[in-house]
Design a protein around this ligand. Structure first.
Ligand code: SF4
Ligand code: ZN
Ligand code: ZN
Length: 306
């Protein structure tokens, strides 16, 4: 007899109910559903073309680990190649832990990878940044964007894949709307096209919920970093994320409609916008001003002189 706890597809014991998709699924069907959803996102936004080389940034957290796992499954079917990149930010008691986890995941999935040390490559660590800056995460974000892009550009990658999930993107969107920050809002989309030395950025988890990622990690028994970054305290966007989740409890498909409308509008906006890019006069990478934010930070740390 079928009960409410049976998978709607095969009748085996269900491990999850997905109200937004009006279904219940068993272990195997949930894993298939999860992968198919990401495949559909990649196809819908034409994120990759056959033959492309994708650099997957892996921090050892659940999002990037799930992303790497699914891209390693889809790479043959969709005809692209992947390479993992993990940046050792030099955060005491944290970086060594996530680097170890990332290496374990790469080994288990058989994915080629690079571990890049911020200290060895650029002469500083995020701990040093924390010594002179208050908003450490904002600078850490700038550093990661710069280093990932430069690595991808110098090594001929066609795209950089990051693990931003739907909850992160919608939380950030709401936060940007509240601040009236249109520039930040315009960056919330599944694909940021490349131009000049700016490599295309893709977010294949843009329609994947955080809850589903946690379940996928657990069902596939994938290792993830358990230590928390010491600078991860009180991120405001987390408050907006939980508000959206409260809304989802009452209106199950609200996150998807919000995401679809937002991404589709932002995708068009960006393609139409014609922002100016210069070359940083220190490092030669793309910059909105004469000297890029990364070089200014290095100068403040006394690593280079302007
Ligand atoms: Fe960087 Fe902040 Fe994330 Fe820590 S929590 S890794 S400082 S962005
Ligand atoms: Zn099933
Ligand atoms: Zn620069």
């Amino acid at each position: 007899m079928r009960t409410r706890t049976r998978c709607k597809l095969c009748g085996k014991k269900a491990v999850v109910t997905l109200p937004y998709a009006n279904t219940r699924l068993c272990k195997e069907h949930f894993k298939e559903y999860f992968t198919r959803r990401i495949e559909r996102t990649i196809r819908r936004y034409r994120m990759v073309s056959p033959g492309e080389r994708i650099l997957v940034t892996v921090s050892g957290g659940k999002d990037s680990v799930a992303l790497l796992d699914v891209l390693s499954i889809l790479s043959e079917k969709l005809g692209f190649k992947i390479h993992g990149l993990t940046l050792d930010l030099g955060i005491k008691g944290y970086s060594s832990e996530y680097v170890r986890v990332a290496e374990e995941v790469y080994g288990r999935l058989g994915v080629e990878y690079t571990i890049l040390s911020l200290k060895e490559t650029y002469g500083f660590t995020i701990d040093e940044v924390a010594g002179i800056k208050r908003r450490v995460c904002a600078y850490c974000g700038l550093v990661k964007r710069y280093v990932f892009n430069r690595y991808a550009w110098e090594n001929g990658f066609d795209a950089i894949a990051t693990g931003h999930n739907m909850d992160d993107l919608l939380g950030n969107a709401l936060f940007a709307i509240m601040r009236g920050d249109l520039e930040a809002l315009m960056k919330i989309k599944p694909v940021i096209p490349g131009r000049e030395a700016l490599v295309k950025r893709i977010r294949p988890l843009a329609f994947t919920r955080e809850k589903d990622i946690k379940l996928y990690i657990c069902l596939k028994k994938l290792p993830v970093v358990r230590t928390t970054c010491p600078y991860a305290v009180g991120a405001t966007s987390g408050v907006f994320k939980s508000k959206i989740n409260e809304l989802e409890d009452r209106f199950p498909s609200i996150k998807y409609s919000f995401a679809r409308t937002l991404y589709d509008k932002m995708q068009i906006q960006m393609e139409e916008s014609d922002y100016q890019l210069r070359k940083c006069k220190i490092c030669g990478m793309p910059s909105k001003s004469q000297i890029c934010g990364f070089c200014r930070l290095r100068a403040e740390l006394g690593k280079i002189s302007l």
